[in-house]
Design a protein around this ligand. Structure first.
Ligand code: ADP
Length: 631
C-alpha cells in the first residue's frame, strides 16, 4: 500500500467514524442542527462506502454508480447551508435557492451525466464552490460572534468546511485534468478536513476540557467574591454576568427563594428585585420540577410570558435548578437569541455553574449567619462590660456617700446638737457629684451609641468656648495656660457638647499627670477651613500602640490602670463620637518631652491667620489632687 492509499484509507475510516459519532449524538439529542450534521456526514459516508464497493466490485464504469455518487456528494453543500441556518440564521431565500440548486445538480447528475459528463462535473464544482464556500464563510463569521468552546468548535467547523470543499474541487479537477500533484493534494486536504470536522463536531473529551477551562476559570474568578459581597443583589448580578459570559449567551438570571413562601425573586435590571410565583416562567418550572429544561422556542413553550421572552431576545432558554444536598436554593437561567450551537456543552456547563452557584450561595448564607452570631455575641459582651464597668465605677463613690451619711446619722443619733461635720458633708456632695457625672457619662455613651445624642449646632466663636472652659477650671483654682489666635475662629458647633469634650480632655490631663503640672489649652487655625484645639499635658503619656484604642468604649491604657481606678474608659469614646458628629476628628499625639497632646480638629467658618499669640500668661500653679478630682 502506498502512502497515498494509506491516507485515503485513513480519510475514509475517519469520515465513517465521524458519521457514527454524529449519528450517536443525534439519537441522544435530536435537534435540527444534529439532524443536519447527520445529513452532512451521512452524504460523505455514503460516498466513501460507495467508493469502496466500487473498487471491490469494479463498478466504476457504470453510469448509475457515478450518478449516485454525484447526488450523494451534492447533499453535503445543501447540509452545510442548512447548518448555517441552524447556527446563525439565514434569509429564507438562501434556503430556497440552495434547495433549487441542489435539485438542478441532482437532476443533471441523474439524467445528463452519461451525455454531458464534463458539464455535470463543472456544475458540481460550481455548486461546491459557491454554496459550500458561502457556508464556510458563514461558519467563520459565526465563530467570531461566539465565545469560549463554541468559538473554537465553530472555527474548526469552518476550517473543515473550507478544506473539504477544496478537497472535493481538487478531486474533480483531477478527474478533468489528471495531474500527479493534484492527486497528492486532494487526499491531504480531505485528511485535514476530517480532522477539523472531528474537532468541531465530536471533539474528544480531553480537548473539550482544555477548551472549557478558560471560561470556567473566568467564571470562578468573577464569582468567587460572591460570598464576601455585602449587597446580595449586586453579588447575584455579578454572577449572572459571569455565567452569561461563560456561555457566550445574551444573558443569565438567577432566582432565589423570595420573601414570601412559594415565590422566587430575581435581581431586576432596574435595581431592586422582582418576585414571581415559583412555578412561573420556564425558570420557575425548572425550579418547581427540580429538573433541567431546555427550550429552543421559549415563547411557544410558555406563551403566557411570550412578550417577556421576546423583549429580552430570549428565544432559547436553558434553566437548571440550583440545589445543595436536596435543598432547593434557586434556579439559573441562561437565554440567547438562537439555539446554542453545541447544546451538549451548554447543558454540561449549566449544571456545573448551577452547582458552583449553590456552593457560593451556601457559603454566603453561612457567612451572614456567622456575622450575625458574632454581632450578637459582641452586643452581649458589650452589655456585660458595660454593666460590670458601671457597677464597679458607681460602687466606689456610692460606698463613700453611704459611709459618710451613715457616720453623720450615727453622730446625730448620739448627739443631735453636735455641730455639723462640714468636711463630711462636702465629701458626700463631692462623691454624689462624681456619681452624677458617671451616670451622665453612661447615659451619654448610650445615647451616642444609638445615634440620638441631641445636637444643637450654632455658629460659635471657638475662642469663647475655650475661655468658658478656662474659667470653669479657674473657679476651682486651676489657672490653665491658654493660647489663642488674634483673629476669631468660628465654627458651627453645639457649644455645650464641645465644652463637654474639652472639659473631659482637661480632666484627663489633670488625672493622668502625677506631678500636678497644669495642662495647656491651644486654639489655632489649621488652614482656612480648619480649627484645631489642643489640650497639652506633660503627664504619664500613652503607649504608642494604644493611641487608637483609648478611644474605644471602656478601654483604659495599660500604663494607667495602677495609677487611678476612677476612670470608666468612656470619656474619650464620648469625645470622639461628639467630635465626629460635628464633622471633625480627634486624635492623640505624644507631647515633646513627655505627656500627651489631644487634638480636636473641626471645620471652621472663618479661619484666622496661622500665627498665634499668647493671651493669658502661663500660670505656674500646682493643684492638689483633690482639686483636680473635683474639677
Ligand atoms: P477614663 O475614664 O479611664 O479616663 P477615657 O476614655 O477618658 O477614660 O480615657 C481612656 C484612657 O485613655 C484612660 O484610661 C487613659 O489610659 C488614657 N488617657 C486619656 N487621657 C490621657 C492623658 N491625658 N494622659 C494619659 N493617658 C490618658
Amino acid at each position: 500500500m502506498t502512502a497515498l492509499e494509506l491516507i485515503s484509507l485513513a480519510n475514509q475510516v475517519l469520515f465513517v467514524g465521524l458519521f457514527v459519532a454524529v449519528l450517536w449524538h443525534a439519537m441522544r439529542q435530536p435537534t435540527r442542527a444534529s439532524v443536519n450534521t447527520l445529513l452532512l456526514f451521512g452524504s460523505i459516508a455514503v460516498v466513501v462506502v460507495l467508493a469502496r464497493l466500487a473498487t471491490a466490485f469494479s463498478l466504476n464504469e457504470t453510469g448509475w454508480y457515478s450518478s449516485t455518487i454525484l447526488v450523494a456528494l451534492s447533499v453535503a453543500p445543501l447540509a452545510m447551508v442548512r447548518l448555517v441556518d441552524d447556527f446563525s440564521g439565514t434569509p429564507r431565500w438562501v434556503q430556497v435557492v440552495g434547495l433549487v440548486a441542489f435539485g438542478v445538480v441532482a437532476a443533471l447528475s441523474i439524467f445528463a451525466f452519461a451525455a454531458v459528463e464534463q458539464i455535470v462535473e463543472l456544475a458540481v464544482i460550481a455548486w461546491f464552490l459557491l454554496v459550500g464556500g458561502y457556508a464556510a464563510y458563514a461558519f467563520a463569521r459565526e465563530a467570531t460572534r461566539t465565545h469560549g468552546i463554541t468559538r473554537r468548535r465553530m472555527t474548526a467547523v469552518a476550517l473543515g468546511a473550507l478544506l473539504f470543499i477544496a478537497a472535493v474541487i481538487i478531486a474533480f479537477v483531477n478527474v478533468l485534468l489528471p495531474t500527479p500533484m493534484l492527486g497528492m493534494i486532494g487526499p491531504l486536504l480531505a485528511l485535514g478536513a476530517v480532522i477539523a470536522f472531528f474537532l468541531g463536531f465530536a471533539p474528544p473529551s480531553w480537548i473539550r476540557r482544555a477548551w472549557r477551562e478558560p471560561d470556567l476559570r473566568h467564571f470562578l474568578e468573577r464569582s468567587i467574591h460572591l460570598s464576601a459581597l455585602e449587597d446580595e443583589r449586586r453579588a447575584l448580578v455579578e454572577v449572572q454576568e459571569a455565567a452569561a459570559a461563560a456561555f457566550g449567551a445574551t444573558g443569565a438570571r438567577i432566582g432565589i427563594a423570595g420573601t414570601q413562601l412559594g415565590t422566587l425573586r430575581y435581581p431586576s435590571a432596574m435595581g431592586g428585585w422582582v418576585e414571581y410565583r415559583d412555578d412561573e416562567f420556564i425558570a420557575g418550572q425548572a425550579y418547581s420540577r427540580q429538573e433541567r429544561i431546555v427550550s429552543l422556542d421559549a415563547s411557544r413553550a410558555d406563551p403566557e410570558h411570550a412578550s417577556v421572552y421576546q423583549s429580552a431576545a430570549a428565544n432559547t432558554v436553558i434553566a437548571a435548578p440550583i440545589t445543595a444536598e436536596e435543598r432547593r436554593i434557586g434556579v439559573l437561567v441562561i437565554f440567547a437569541e438562537r439555539a446554542p450551537i453545541f447544546i451538549e456543552d451548554d447543558l454540561w456547563l449549566i449544571e456545573l455553574l448551577a452547582g458552583q452557584i449553590a456552593v457560593l450561595l451556601d457559603a454566603r448564607t453561612l457567612a451572614t449567619l456567622a456575622a450575625d452570631i458574632r454581632s450578637r455575641e459582641e452586643a452581649a459582651r458589650l452589655k456585660e462590660e458595660f454593666l460590670s464597668a458601671a457597677a464597679h465605677d458607681l460602687r466606689t463613690p456610692l460606698t463613700v456617700v453611704l459611709g459618710q451619711a451613715e457616720l453623720l446619722e450615727r453622730r446625730m443619733a448620739r448627739d443631735p446638737n453636735a455641730p455639723v461635720d462640714a468636711a463630711g458633708v462636702t465629701r458626700i456632695a463631692r462623691e454624689a457629684r462624681r456619681l452624677r457625672d458617671l451616670v451622665s457619662e453612661l447615659l451619654d455613651a448610650q445615647r451616642l451609641e444609638q445615634g440620638s445624642a441631641i445636637m444643637d449646632p450654632a455658629d460659635s466663636d471657638l475662642g469663647e468656648v475655650i475661655r468658658a472652659v478656662h474659667e470653669r477650671f479657674r473657679d476651682h483654682g486651676l489657672d490653665l495656660r491658654m493660647t489663642m489666635p488674634e483673629q476669631p475662629i468660628t465654627s458651627r458647633v453645639d457649644r455645650m457638647r464641645l465644652e463637654q469634650v474639652l472639659d473631659n480632655l482637661v480632666e484627663n490631663a489633670l488625672k493622668y499627670t502625677a506631678n500636678g503640672e497644669l495642662p495647656e489649652l491651644v486654639l489655632e487655625a489649621g488652614g482656612a477651613t480648619e480649627a484645631r484645639l489642643r489640650v497639652i499635658d506633660h503627664g504619664v503619656g500613652i503607649p504608642e500602640d494604644e493611641h487608637e484604642r483609648i478611644f474605644e468604649r471602656f478601654y483604659r491604657a495599660s500604663n494607667v490602670q495602677s495609677i487611678t481606678d476612677t476612670g470608666m474608659g468612656l470619656g474619650l469614646y464620648i469625645c470622639r463620637r461628639t467630635v465626629e458628629a460635628h464633622g471633625g476628628r480627634i486624635w492623640v499625639e505624644p507631647t515633646p518631652g513627655g505627656g500627651s497632646t489631644f487634638v480636636v480638629s473641626l471645620p471652621a467658618l472663618a479661619a484666622a491667620q496661622p500665627e498665634t499669640t499668647t493671651v493669658v500668661p502661663p500660670a505656674v500653679q500646682v493643684p492638689t489632687r483633690e482639686a483636680a478630682a473635683d474639677a
